[in-house]
Design a protein around this ligand. Sequence first.
Ligand SMILES: O=C(O)C(=O)C[C@H](O)[C@H](O)COP(=O)(O)O
Length: 212
Amino acid sequence: MTPEIQSQKTRELCNLAPVIPVIVIKDITKAEDLARALVAGGLPVLEVTLRSDAALDSIRAMSRIEGGHVGAGTVLTPDDAKRAKDAGAKFAVSPGLTDRLIQACSDLDLPLLPGAVTASEVMRAADAGYDMLKFFPAEAVGGAPALKSLAGPLPKVSFCPTGGVSPDNARDYLSLPNVVCVGGSWVATDADVTAENWSAIEARARTATALR
Ligand SMILES: O=C(O)C(=O)C[C@H](O)[C@H](O)COP(=O)(O)O
């Protein structure tokens, strides 16, 4: 799958809801209920970061939830991409972009949402065929004003800003012409997942759907 088609797919996914919950899951037994709560709350696209041992099995379990689109986050290497694909991930998210990752995701037919921040990084990703990118770490590199500045010279590239995005600043990003959705971990907090407080997570998801 070419990078152009990959971006077409990730753009479609990013268009499904204003927020992609970024999930760091430690307990596989919570995966299905968590996904069910988020999808029920109106957020069907879920990013499960490969930063925990439970991540791959959780992607497998969450993929069973009807209406959900489960992808893998923190995909850094071809091996990460392969393991994510084998677990059933429908897309991959990376904080950056490497030649090896482009090759792996193209070979695996795994749509990649790669990260880029500077004009050069964005130009390099666009040159490779990716026009739907993650802007990470959004707040730390200048937030919405920084991202807005990129829209001038690079109007054809769209972003999913992630990193420090919250209900307080999400609208600043979502109002930009080059933002399709935002990503964030605030919807599925560690505390609520541990306490199995699914109704609170569903309610937060529902609030997030109204951000746009
Ligand atoms: O692992 C990755 O590749 C990431 O996506 C990094 C962070 O988990 C997200 O950027 C979420 O950041 P917060 O919403 O600020 O918690």
